[in-house]
Ligand binder design. Sequence first.
Ligand code: SF4
Length: 643
Amino acid sequence: MFKGGYAGSALHIDLTAGKIERVALDEGLARKFIGGFGLNNKLAFDHIPQGIDPFSPQNVIIIGAGLLGGTAVPGSSKIMATTKMPINQAIGTAFGGGFSYMLKSAGYDYLIISGKAQRPCYIKIIDEEIELCEASSLWGKDIHEVTDELRARYGSTSNVIAIGPAGERLVRFALTLINKFATLGRGGLGAVFGSKNLKAIVVQGSRGVGVAREQEFMRLVDSLTETMLKIPFRNEWIRLGIYLGWPTWTKVGFVGKNWSELYPEDRATQLYGPQEYQKIFKATIACPSCPLGDKAVLEIKEGEFAGLVAPVSHGLGCVLSWGIRGDVGSLARAVKCHDLCNRYGLDDLTATALMDLVVDLYQAGIISRSDADGLELKRDFTTSMALIEKMGKREGLGDLLAEGFRAVVARFGKEAERYAVEIKGLDVMIDPRGHLEGMGAISQCVNPRGTYGIAGNSPAFRAGTTPDKIAKYCQRIGASTEAIQRICGPAEFNLGRLTKYAEDWYSVCCCLGICARQSVIQCYDLSLAAQLYTAATDWDISQEELLLAGERAWNILKLANVREGFTRKDDRLPDKFLEPLKTTAGEVYLMDYNRTRRLTRDDLERLLDDYYQERGWELARGVPTKEKLAQLGLEKEAATLPH
Ligand code: SF4
């Protein structure tokens, strides 16, 4: 019996049969696998057949809301989407802002979508009115057009997840956008939608989301909201978002030329810096219930793109992708490229990484001008725009790029391999050479879905954080005293061991739907998360039990990927990061956290050993042991482990 938190129902949607079934949420399952991340991963494990082609109708898409999604808890509106990803055949759970409030208000905690519709369709969920609707007139339209059209039909407050032409054409890194501004589905969720002839999902709910112990719940919400409203840099954050970290980004984060050179600091600031950003910033957008909104609407007021209005997930995204890596020469041009990617439904981080790759191959003479459809491939605006169009339409070279890194390497041979900077077939997000931090080095390697650094985020993200601060963080997220001793010394700070706890904490937050951006997640701790869970559901839970649920959710996702053949050999930092990074101040190397010595491949292997050991996994293969799975209550699932 659900007294609150959960809506209590789910929808199973079979697109082949055109059948929609409303099912009751299983209480035992919801207690064991919490919210979005836990339930999504368990359902993926149960419903995605081993070895299936991501584009097979048998692949499923699970869209699930976090337990606190739809309540007044600040920054808790994340929706999770899980499927087998076409970019790398991994099973991944992506998350994005919004949608969960409306889904739960309509009465549903999650959707499982299977099969393939005969003709283009979209799913309409208006409370109890659920329908598969004809979408032929929407097919071919970009994400903005589709979202606007569906909102015109079903109301401006309805929430829409949509794909663009790239998803329809099965570009393996096509993503979806929620309400035009929140990205969802790095790794090709948009292409899985396309393979099912599914253009969009639109939802409108009117019931709200109840909680069990209202007074207790609102006391926690009020106190948390007050904390967030009092954050000293709140006003700047709302205006600048991730741009606030500009000085750090220019020193270590803006790596261009296919991970070879740090972009010159003065050029970055002159072309793309905060002053330029202020000129085009139009408004902040916040996910529902978030007092720290950092998504934005940008408006170009003059020049070649005057009149362009672009909603963006965060302002710095345009700079990281097209500004630095595309070297397009102005912030307006970077916004133009970013907006075009969004309209096609292309993941622009992967798109720029592929552009970086083919420019290097062209300059090394591995790709000829005729391979490049007559283009002279350079890092500039003309090449960037041409490749986005080609990828979005799957034309010429773009058709090959649409298949991802490994297809490019397979086409151009062994020589091309060393230029492809990827982990598990997915582009790297962060260069770990500026400082060896959680997001850069280990977390990107061990994430089961491929490179996704955010899960290992911690104060160790910033170089020079004291052991004392790291210990406090570990306490906040529930690491035991013994674990903290192993992480913080006495020999040296151990990033491999810390990553396990940062991931489990991230997993807990994803189960609840809490946003992982630093401004939000830093306001939470394990104790508060457990109190919110209990007040919402009326189910008492200890901090240890909640943390165990987070660990369970992580392990079952890992197990799903072990079943797909991923092992330690795939958890490998590309050789590129063992080479020096060129900067105007000299060469920078991959160093230990305190920057006392240069790291080798052997050091990285030792950090991986530490990570697996802390997780209680087998060292040789980097996979969960049967004992660990039994401890997490996953005995049944353990039976599927390869010997
Ligand atoms: S910090 Fe940004 S992404 Fe996170 S909930 Fe708030 S608006 Fe959404």
